[in-house]
Design a protein around this ligand. Structure first.
Ligand code: AMP
Ligand code: MG
Length: 353
């Protein structure tokens, strides 16, 4: 299958031209096809969420396990009422505060939503994205777009159209290229299908930001343990994820000791003939003396780290490194989501110094 890459940024075209392109993408979705598109978090792979055959195509294109449900993207509160059985007051408050934006909420599903979209579950995950292209495509495609991240299953999530093409070229008919995304890390998932709301996946919105709006909030205990018998409640969180091709090892501890350890490990890898990569920060990159050193951003603004996280893993793939050593980050605020993704990418390999 030929994959057409369509530029929807506003360089050299007016809004009418962009609109035409998005309407064409919407027609592909209405006919049951797939379109990758930018959102403010990461690029999504969209299909008509109410068409079981279309949802199945997403799983096929990504090689995604069939028990891993999809997030349904909407562009209005009326759309939410059509697919969610019961929307608690607390969820409405969160929607008011954070939608459109990087928040996904889970509700009991209505009959209208096929089990193919929810990975066989009786609940549905819903998000109203903040990116103008994502909202426009949702409307053009019929109002309900199922969209997981637009990567091959297990690979780092895409933050540019080029990343999408690396994974899905030849497997889908269209990629809308809206330039690099703004946030770079997935939405926070809050489950409202049971009595007490629960965070199932840390994301760009922090626990504190959500608690400030709704008060009571728990976090899935399955996220905080490596015990394989305690399964995370979001089926997707149990898989190894976001993995670069080279082995990734995190090093955690006091700053200077971490740098010493990473230098020692990278030197040894080099001596053994293995190509090593190092993930440092703007503050520390100059202190590494071995291997290929890259900065993931500045500790003074962790949003920069979230934005570059997946891209840096893909860059090391292109450089064919055998092993990557990375600094660790504090788990406060957005750091919780950053460390959750890094630990998963590393298969939980972490060295404490
Ligand atoms: P992705 O869109 O690739 O970021 O993945 C969506 C995430 O949402 C996965 O971790 C899914 O397991 C999770 N998810 C989607 N729907 C549900 C649901 N109904 N219940 C629990 N988790 C869900
Ligand atoms: Mg994903």
């Amino acid at each position: 299958m030929e994959t057409v890459i369509v530029n929807v940024t506003d360089d050299n075209q007016d809004s009418e031209q962009i609109r035409e392109k998005i309407l064409a993408a919407g027609r592909i979705i209405k006919q049951g096809g797939l379109v990758a598109f930018p959102t403010e978090t990461v690029y999504g792979l969209g299909a008509d969420a109410l068409n079981p055959q279309a949802s199945r195509r997403i799983y096929e294109a990504k090689g995604r396990p069939s028990d891993n449900p999809l997030i349904v993207h909407i562009s209005s509160m009326e759309a939410l009422e059509k697919i969610a059985e019961r929307v608690p007051e607390q969820a409405r408050k969160l929607a008011e505060k954070f939608w459109p934006g990087p928040l996904t909420m889970i509700f009991e599903k209505k009959e209208l939503v096929p089990l193919e979209t929810t990975g066989g579950l009786e609940t549905v995950a819903v998000r109203m994205p903040g990116h103008p292209t994502a909202l426009a495509l949702t409307e053009a495609g019929g109002g309900f777009i199922a969209a997981p991240s637009a990567n091959l299953s297990g690979r780092p999530s895409p933050t540019t159209a080029k990343h999408v093409a690396q994974d899905l070229k030849g497997r889908i008919p269209m990629i809308l290229d809206g330039g690099p995304v703004g946030i770079g890390i997935e939405s926070t998932i809050v489950d409202f299908s049971e009595e007490i709301p629960m965070i199932l996946r840390p994301g760009y919105l922090t626990e504190e930001m959500i608690r400030n709006v709704i008060g009571t909030l728990r976090t899935d205990p399955g996220l905080k343990t490596e015990n394989p018998r305690v399964r995370p409640r979001a089926p997707g969180m149990k898989y190894r994820h976001y993995a670069p091709k080279g082995e990734l090892i995190l090093v955690s501890g006091a700053g200077e000791k971490v740098r010493e350890k990473i230098n020692e490990l990278a030197r040894k890898a080099g001596e053994e003939g293995r190509a090593a990569g190092i993930i440092g920060t703007d503050e520390t990159r100059g202190e590494y003396r071995y291997g290929l050193v890259k900065s993931i951003g500045t500790r003074a603004d962790e949003d920069t780290i979230a934005r570059r996280l997946y891209g840096i893993l893909r860059e090391f793939d292109e450089l064919d490194v055998d092993i990557i050593y990375s600094e660790s980050f504090s788990t406060a605020g957005i750091g919780q989501a950053i460390m959750n993704r890094l630990l998963k990418a590393a298969g939980h390999q972490i060295i404490e110094v």
